[in-house]
Design a binder for this molecule. Sequence first.
Ligand SMILES: NC(=O)c1ccc[n+]([C@@H]2O[C@H](COP(=O)([O-])OP(=O)(O)OC[C@H]3O[C@@H](n4cnc5c(N)ncnc54)[C@H](O)[C@@H]3O)[C@@H](O)[C@H]2O)c1
Length: 313
Amino acid sequence: MLITGGAGFLGSHVVDRALREGASVTVLDNLYTGTEHNMKHHQGNKNFTFIRHDICDRLPISLDNVKLDFIFHLACAASPVHYQAEPIQTTMTCVQGTYNILQLALRCDCPVLFSGTSEVYGDPLEHPQKETYWGNVNCTGIRSCYDEGKRCAEALCFDFHRMHRVKVRVARIFNTYGPRMCFNDGRIISNFLVQALTGKDITIYGTGEYTRSFQYCDDLVEGFWRLIQHPTETGPVNLGNPEEFSVKDMAEKIKAMVPGCTSKIVYLEAAKDDPKQRRPDITKAGTVLNGWYPGVKVEEGLQRTMEEFKQRL
Ligand SMILES: NC(=O)c1ccc[n+]([C@@H]2O[C@H](COP(=O)([O-])OP(=O)(O)OC[C@H]3O[C@@H](n4cnc5c(N)ncnc54)[C@H](O)[C@@H]3O)[C@@H](O)[C@H]2O)c1
């Protein structure tokens, strides 16, 4: 099994699951946002191989004659701070990188799960978002390298499917959190947790009235597992938690979880092109993925995440 982006936050949880399931795993990752620390616990495992590699480049020769059974394709920085720092590289990772991975899936004739995103819905005019919604995306703004990059990558997936019968499995992931998130990636949960644990101000961009839904990483990985093994379903399939919170409520919840927290909640200027609300309609996932539902309650997921953050801090 190949896992691109396996040194990153979500990829590393996919690696853990794959090894638990008895798979032999190769990770391709250029360590742009991923870390060796996320894979440290697999050192010495003969079923685990890490190749430091940029997926925009020609794939490593060592993969030339390998017959893969599954490919999980997650490589791409996911947080605005990181993907906007190298926007051209972001677009190229989405487009050239995904093209290279689809060619590999074609040669191996194996299912390839593409980690798409709710960002394809942009600032949605439909709420909650169903897979049939085409989105409202600014194609020239500072988020477009990621949003449009991922939209183009989806288009490539479906063209490889239509033209070459590649078994694509497109998941559209909504905000997901959990242990091993980067501390400095500017995402809501990681920001708030680090700030609350270190007694710094908890910073909300804008009024905090806008809403987000948050999915725990293990729920996503379970959805991935069911989707990649599906005999025919190409997706797109939304994977997210439909429970919606205002960002302000989330800040208060996290502050309350840290005993004796001295942080103040402060409001800063709103981020550009930030969508006002986002909530997945997961009816399709429940139907095609055999009753899949994100069952981890936010209190529990936050607690597990906080414990791991405390260890790293
Ligand atoms: N976390 C979320 O809430 C979320 C939501 C929607 C979609 N996704 C998607 O899931 C995937 C994983 O997200 P994540 O949160 O784990 O992000 P992450 O930044 O932690 O992980 C991305 C990984 O990809 C690697 N990478 C980036 N560009 C690469 C390249 N050109 N070649 C090889 N490796 C490269 C990074 O080093 C990192 O290890 C991404 O494709 C992202 O778009 C995540």
